[in-house]
Ligand binder design. Structure first.
Ligand SMILES: Cc1ncc(C[n+]2csc(CCOP(=O)(O)OP(=O)(O)O)c2C)c(N)n1
Length: 299
């Protein structure tokens, strides 16, 4: 179905913002750095950090910010930039640090101020406080509707960028997600790409116990979406999946279902419902860092 406002992209392709040309090994190193910095922040901060869902999505953030997205920390308003909507807003600190590693923010400042009343780096992201953050989020189920509207705007204005969003699998229990899925397909939004952190855990329960999502990929297919299923901790596979995305001027929105482990990389947090959110004392921080390092040696 082609709607009448559809304008061919023509010579607007390719985009003018270049992406860093990192190898899979370099990306794995960046993902390790992201996890290590997350744990160090978690050890510094007095309150609870959503560390379980940060660690499950660290490879996805690395793929997007260090490899896939056309974004430039020196050129925040470039209309050709790809847009990112963090639907699982409680993973804000993972996004802040991924963006810091790319050069958007200062990691030390994040650690120093995170979660304070007067800080720009809140538990959920605020676009007014942080130039470079496209949308303020935190209320689950809203990222895909927002990203759909942004993709529709891009399409209507013959813009060549993509709009990406990252959702938790649990939040896709919200009805608004499926209304947006319907709207995105009805409007032929091939410039929209939704990543899902399929860690199979919610806040206090396992997802299939509370909300039966399976057969999950089939549900997306039934809504007319292009579905890619991938191991969300295999950087090589993530890069391959990204490279296989349809062109932004195609008709079908894509969902990338990333099979992940909540708490990935820290043995005592993995698949442990107690670690949706928490803080680390000195001893636990050392255990967590040692576990992360052991996992790297074993890989
Ligand atoms: C509308 C809404 N309801 C409840 C919450 C509280 N909440 C924060 S995280 C979370 C669990 C989300 O699970 P999932 O989407 O699977 O995220 P992940 O496991 O990746 O952290 C909930 C219910 C919220 N932020 N927004």
């Amino acid at each position: 179905m082609s709607l009448e406002y559809r304008i061919p992209l023509g010579d607007q392709m390719p985009q003018t913002i270049t992406r860093p040309a990192l190898s899979v090994t370099e990306l794995e190193d960046k993902a390790y750095e992201l996890r290590e910095k997350l744990l160090l922040l978690c050890g510094e901060y007095d309150g609870a950090v959503h560390i379980g869902g940060d660690l499950s999505s660290a490879d996805i953030f690395t793929l997007l910010f260090q490899y896939g997205m056309h974004v430039d920390p020196q050129d925040l308003r470039n209309p050709e930039r790809d847009r990112f909507v963090l639907s699982k807003g409680h993973a804000a600190v993972c996004m802040y640090i991924a963006m810091a590693i790319r050069g958007f923010f200062d990691y030390e400042e994040i650690v120093r101020t995170y979660g304070r009343l007067d800080s720009a780096y809140g538990m959920h992201p605020c676009k007014v406080q942080l130039p470079g953050v496209e949308v303020s989020t935190g209320s689950l189920g809203h990222g895909l509707p927002l990203a759909t509207g942004m993709a529709l705007h891009g399409r209507r204005n013959a813009m060549a960028h993509r709009v990406f969003t990252l959702m938790g699998d649990g939040e896709t229990g919200e009805g608004s997600v499926w209304e947006a899925a319907l709207a995105a397909r009805s409007n032929d939004l091939g410039n929209l790409v939704a990543f899902i952190d399929r860690n199979r855990q919610l806040m206090t329960s396992f997802s299939e116990e509370r909300v039966r999502l399976e057969p999950y990929p089939d549900k997306w297919r039934a809504f007319g979406w292009n579905v890619i299923e991938v191991d969300g901790h295999d950087m090589g596979a993530l890069v391959e999946a990204f490279d296989a995305l349809p062109d932004p001027d195609s008709d079908t929105p894509t969902v990338v279902i990333c099979e992940t482990v909540k708490g990935k990389g820290v043995d005592f947090m993995e698949r442990n419902l107690a670690w949706h959110a928490g803080s680390l004392n000195d001893k636990d921080l050392q255990r967590a860092l040692a576990s992360l390092a052991d996992g790297r040696k074993a890989a």
